[in-house]
Design a protein around this ligand. Structure first.
Ligand SMILES: Cc1cc2nc3c(=O)[nH]c(=O)nc-3n(C[C@H](O)[C@H](O)[C@H](O)COP(=O)(O)OP(=O)(O)OC[C@H]3O[C@@H](n4cnc5c(N)ncnc54)[C@H](O)[C@@H]3O)c2cc1C
Length: 397
């Protein structure tokens, strides 16, 4: 791949950079700012920011123009993600299920009325979506899911449990996978993919508190929840195809190297003033060596992200190398945050509420949060299996 940027991409980069600079919501644009603490306020802010992105034509960048998107190719999307991370713009993870998963799968598999009803409200931030896939005994092995969907007339009656459902308490809608036929011999058959209104009676959402102290994800219980059969995406009992299609959209255009680059800049600033073993951390050879290694690894990640993009350009989908990227960034992210907390010593334990916390507890929070990335969107072990079998061609045991 030729890594030199074309004139068109360079111009787009400049345009994105200056738009973000002029339009970021107040407070953003500085390292480490994470937005309002109160979840309700945070979601309100995310919706308002999404509306602004939509009005300015920066929403649904990968979506085709006929569905209200920008029709960007993978390289343009990467440039956006890089500039977005470098600008310390708001983390829009709360809206990601709608924008990155539901929208693209609706475009590919939805009926015309479903696209008409849902797409614009996803693009402009009006409706928030959550993802009801995982269950207590069905995570990595998603096809083991048991949440029951009984077809009765023109409805599907859902009874069962989902878990780790991020932002369910704020969501208007859920992409929900249920088992409509439990008697089929193959577990990948007999599933149905539903668009479920989260305000339907019978849904009980119980938040789970993570070690960051936030209630990000939830257990969601369904007790005879009536979903109209019209809200099936794809075909009854053939939901697995839709699941695979949905997961294939997961983060193909993300630029994790850019977020890590920004974090490393912050770490480089920190060590310049941090007392360490009788001197300043930045002068210590081990610290310098570690920072040099992190910087090299982030550059390697960037090259891998572009290699991934090149595969998408050539074949239309990311391929198994995407697993190398996910594995690489999620593990490096943890190492960077772990190292920052080690350098801070006991101060690394302090959270935002403590006035003595360095950078408002940024590193402590980030270290705890970084643990999640080696679990969601395919755990590190699952990524290693994919790399072993499909990239390196090693035999299955
Ligand atoms: C922050 C966060 C947000 C999430 N949000 C959502 C959400 O919104 N909606 C949703 O549906 N889910 C969500 N998830 C759930 C996530 O998809 C699952 O946690 C993930 O798929 C792993 O499943 P599990 O937790 O059941 O672990 P398991 O699959 O039970 O795995 C347990 C351990 O066994 C290992 N393991 C499992 N199978 C293999 C194998 N074949 N080979 C080697 N090792 C293996 C795993 O790597 C792991 O270490 C979220 C998770 C996190 C952390």
């Amino acid at each position: 791949m030729d890594f030199r940027e074309s004139d068109e991409l360079a111009a787009l980069r400049q345009q994105i950079r200056s738009w973000l600079k002029q339009n970021l919501p107040s407070g953003y644009g500085v390292p480490g700012y994470r937005g309002p603490h109160d979840p309700e306020e945070r979601i309100r802010e995310a919706r308002a920011w999404q509306r602004k992105l939509f009005d300015a034509g920066w929403s649904g960048l990968s979506w085709p123009e006929e569905y209200g998107g920008r029709g960007f190719g993978i390289l343009e999307q990467l440039v956006w993600s890089e500039e977005y991370a470098r600008a310390w713009a708001p983390d829009m993870i709360m809206l990601a299920v709608g924008l990155d998963l539901t929208g693209p799968v609706l475009i590919q598999k939805g009926q015309p009325w479903q696209r008409e009803r849902f797409l614009e409200k996803i693009l402009n931030g009006e409706e928030v979506w959550c993802q009801g896939f995982s269950e207590p005994d069905a995570g990595s092995d998603l096809a083991a899911l048991r949440c029951r969907g009984e077809v009765k007339g023109d409805e599907i009656i859902v009874t069962g449990q989902k878990i780790w459902t991020s932002f369910a308490q704020h969501a208007d809608w859920c992409i929900l996978v249920v088992r409509t036929d439990p008697d089929l011999p193959k577990k990948h058959d007999g599933m149905t993919f539903l668009l479920c209104d989260m305000n339907t009676p019978g849904i009980d959402i119980r938040p789970l508190t993570e070690m960051t102290g936030e209630d990000w994800f939830n257990e969601v219980f369904f007790d005879s929840v009536r979903v109209p059969i019209d809200n099936v995406l794809g075909e009854i009992d053939k939901g697995w195809d839709v699941v695979i299609n949905t997961l294939s959209h997961e983060r193909a255009s993300a630029a994790p190297h850019a977020k890590l680059e920004s974090e490393l800049l912050l770490l480089r600033e920190l060590v310049k003033t941090l007392p360490y073993q009788g001197g300043v951390a930045a002068d210590h050879p081990i610290v310098r060596q570690k920072l040099a290694r992190f910087t090299t690894e982030v550059l390697t990640l960037r090259v891998n992200a572009y290699r991934n993009a090149e595969t998408i350009l050539r074949t239309g989908h990311p391929g198994p190398q995407g697993s190398l990227l996910k594995l690489g960034w999620s593990e490096l992210d943890q190492q960077v945050k772990q190292f920052a907390c080690e350098l801070l010593g006991p101060f690394g334990l302090l959270t935002a509420e403590d006035p003595r916390a360095v950078e408002k507890g940024h590193w402590n929070y980030e270290l705890m949060w970084s643990r999640a990335a080696s679990i969601y969107a395919g755990t590190s072990e699952i990524q290693r299996n994919i790399v072993a079998e499909r990239v390196l061609g090693l035999p299955r045991r």
